[in-house]
Design a binder for this molecule. Structure first.
Ligand SMILES: [Zn+2]
Length: 345
């Protein structure tokens, strides 16, 4: 990492750094983006009614989405695993619950099973993030984990232990791969949803985590926003599937506060080609970053461990795109330590 005032930052620490930066922005409030509707959880599934995460069985993906994902799976992983690998998919959302959560979990299970890169177990329980349980895993996949996803508001001790277990996991040499709304976590005004958690931006609520994941959600263009994705590091094995060529995607696309995301903190793989966006779309975001730097995927080291993040993955259609599945596969293999890649910010 490179900071202009590294010596000062080392003294005041990351928490104070993020806290002061966010504090400076508090006066520049903007209206939060429209909130999405909660998933339907009542009534038996009927023909024509929502399935997957919107259904009465929100932990089971729609078969039609699974079929499309299975058809798009790559055959081979980019790296041979150095050892048998185990991935824990954490699918717990404490804020907005994405309909694609069960499909994303199934995708990680299927990617590992088909390519032999890992075996995956899915949990919806934050309590599974504990030191004893995590010993058996090599990476955690954060599946749209919104809000203060590890916290138990009624148990401060358990909350602190889970947070510490996650920090120790990655800093001790293991990996975290995270998709889409995993960055809509630990920011806002309070970890208590009743206090208004959920607006874009706000304050960092767990600065160590906010820095590890590389940014927190400020605004989103609504699904199905058309984005031209630019390949920032065409030499990385994590972008090899894109062949250095920009591509178009329709999804819900996040932006990050200038303060919460910085290329000084992460190695960017892909980003929004902002010049290709219409003026009308650009205008939808109030108070945009002055640098117009809208990264979409990145990697970074944390202690002895590694983080991979991909911002798209809101809608089910993303999991039917072969190149995106290859990108996620490579990202998880990077997090596992099996795929080496340039990671200098
Ligand atoms: Zn979303």
């Amino acid at each position: 990492m490179r900071f202009r005032n590294a010596a000062t930052l080392a003294m005041i620490g990351t928490a104070a750094w993020l806290g002061s930066l966010a504090g400076a922005r508090l006066h520049a409030r903007q209206l939060p983006p429209a909130r999405e509707l909660p998933p339907t959880t009542q009534g038996p599934p009927q023909q024509g009614t929502p399935c997957g995460g919107r259904s009465s069985n929100p932990r089971t993906p729609c078969q039609s989405d699974v079929d499309k994902m299975m058809a798009a799976l790559p055959d081979k992983a980019p790296a041979k695993p150095l050892a048998p690998r185990k991935v824990l998919v954490l699918a717990r959302a404490a804020g907005w619950v994405h309909s694609s959560i069960p499909l994303a979990a199934k995708t990680i299970e299927a990617l590992g099973a088909k390519t032999g890169a890992w075996s995956a177990t899915t949990t919806y329980e934050a309590a599974d993030i504990n030191a004893a349980n995590l010993k058996q895993y090599d990476a955690i996949f954060l599946d749209n984990t919104t809000g203060c996803f590890l916290d138990d508001p009624g148990d401060k001790t358990a909350t602190a232990a889970r947070r510490q277990a996650l920090l120790d996991f990655i800093r001790g040499g293991k990996g975290i791969a995270a998709i889409h709304a995993a960055s809509d976590s630990y920011h806002g005004t309070s970890c208590d949803p009743a206090q208004g958690y959920g607006a874009g931006g706000g304050q960092p609520l767990w600065p160590e985590w906010n820095k590890i994941i590389g940014g927190y959600f400020k605004f989103h263009w609504n699904d199905p926003q058309l984005i031209t994705v630019k390949i920032d590091d065409p030499k990385s094995p994590l972008t090899a599937m894109f062949h250095g060529q920009p591509f178009e995607i329709h999804d819900e696309t996040y932006t990050y506060n200038q303060e919460s995301f910085s290329r000084d903190n992460v190695h960017v793989l892909t980003s929004v080609d902002y010049a290709k966006m219409s003026d009308e779309d650009k205008a939808k975001e109030k108070d945009p970053r002055s640098d117009h730097d809208y990264a979409l995927s990145w990697i970074r080291r944390e202690g002895k461990g590694r983080l991979f993040y991909e911002a798209h993955g809101h809608g089910e259609r993303v999991y039917a795109m072969r190149a995106m599945l290859e990108h996620i596969l490579a990202g998880v293999q990077y997090a596992l330590g099996d795929l080496k890649a340039g990671e200098t910010p």
